[in-house]
Ligand binder design. Structure first.
Ligand SMILES: Cc1cc2nc3c(=O)[nH]c(=O)nc-3n(C[C@H](O)[C@H](O)[C@H](O)COP(=O)(O)O)c2cc1C
Length: 356
């Protein structure tokens, strides 16, 4: 039995957000021990002009203020995506705003981007980079707009200018369901305008080696919306797409009081929906747009399912709540076995294998 399996019942008695705060503290103080990472050339890839040591990342929302980059990477993750950060600090929605349903291994959250704002975030990430403790794991930065901002492009461009030098890649979050109006930026016209403005800002901020610019989408998009967005991303030369954020769906199988909570649903119940949208985007872009697959991954088989559907890299958040801090290592170990089983030498051979 893992150590996490022993402490999990006690953790699950605590309010989820309080438990999260305790976890961040435990990571900061070294109470959660590092794991010896799985190392294999078969899992290494060069994507977005960056070297990923393995394809498993921690997705945005866990480390909103970039406080625990090194401890997360020391758990065997190939990359961590910090944020969502907004220019000004904001409190987010009233608590409670995170809810678990252990039976379905899912979570509903309506956080609304609580974070310490750009100043705190930049100071944290700068001291991480300055410490010289970079060991190979990469750091993506997920940016969002403040709730009261009437002109979204202003916040996104400001954050790009301030953070592009610190990012291995930048993710534009236009898919959280908890900031009013945010998901409307996924419509063709506003999306095109926003991308153009951001590319311009990126060019000014980092003219020589700009980090990759990725867009993170919701899984709740119609087929027509998916087609339009895929075309927009390709036409405007966006570097990649993250599929997906949480869903507004509420499967009947979930307990009634849990289903009634407002917010985005994550974990096992979003898994198939997010895999399907990965499959669609891979097809719509002829496999030419790198995809980071996220949603309901709790083991190697789930990660592999998304890779075969078309994801070059994967991320998870809810899976770590239910499976514990060894999840990245366990998935990487399992991926090597799954590659063996299918006769693939390298992870890149499995990407999009379902389509071949
Ligand atoms: C408590 C919580 C907070 C989250 N906060 C963010 C966030 O700030 N920005 C973001 O892009 N996604 C956020 N997400 C979404 C996750 O990054 C991920 O896309 C989604 O949960 C699906 O993956 P999972 O099923 O592995 O959790 C959050 C998810 C959870 C559960």
């Amino acid at each position: 039995m893992s150590l996490y399996a022993l402490v999990k019942p006690a953790i699950f008695k605590i309010d989820p957000e309080t438990a999260h705060g305790m976890t961040i503290k435990a990571l900061k103080t070294g109470m959660i021990k590092s794991c010896k990472p799985i190392e294999s050339d078969r899992l290494k890839q060069r994507i977005f002009n960056e070297d990923f040591i393995n394809p498993v990342g921690l997705s945005a929302g866990f480390d909103k203020n970039a406080e625990v980059i090194a401890p997360i990477l020391n758990l065997g993750f190939g990359f961590t995506e910090v944020g969502t950060v907004t220019p000004k600090p904001q409190a987010g929605n009233p608590r409670p705003r995170i809810f678990r349903d252990p039976k379905s291994e899912s979570v509903i959250n309506r956080m609304g981007f609580p974070n310490g704002g750009l100043r705190v975030f930049k100071s944290n990430i700068t001291s991480y980079l300055a410490d010289g403790n970079r060991k190979g794991g990469l750091v993506g930065i997920n940016i969002g707009m403040n709730k009261e901002q009437p002109d979204p492009a202003k916040d996104y461009c400001h954050l790009i200018k301030e953070l592009s030098e610190q990012a291995d890649y930048l993710t534009v979050n236009i898919s959280s369901p908890n900031t009013p109006g945010l998901r409307n930026l996924q419509e063709k016209e506003p999306l095109t305008e926003l991308i153009k403005a951001m590319k311009n800002a990126l060019h000014i901020a980092s003219p020589n080696f700009p980090p990759a610019l990725l867009i993170k989408l919701a899984p709740d998009l119609s087929e027509q919306q998916q087609e339009e967005i895929a075309q927009t991303l390709m036409e405007n030369k966006v570097d990649g797409v993250i599929l997906s954020n949480t869903t507004l769906d509420r499967p009947e199988s979930l307990p009634e009081d849990f289903r009634a909570q407002k917010g985005g649903l994550s974990g096992v119940p979003v898994r198939e929906k997010s895999t399907q949208i990965i499959r669609n985007f891979y097809k719509l872009t002829d496999g030419k747009l790198p995809i980071i697959g996220v949603g309901g991954i709790s083991n190697a088989a789930h990660a592999y399912e998304k890779i075969k559907a078309g994801a070059s890299l994967v991320q998870l958040y809810t899976g770590m709540i239910y499976q514990g801090p060894e999840i990245a290592n366990n998935i990487n170990k399992g991926l090597l076995e799954l590659l063996d089983k299918d006769g693939f030498n390298h992870i890149s051979e499995a990407i999009g294998a379902d389509h071949k």
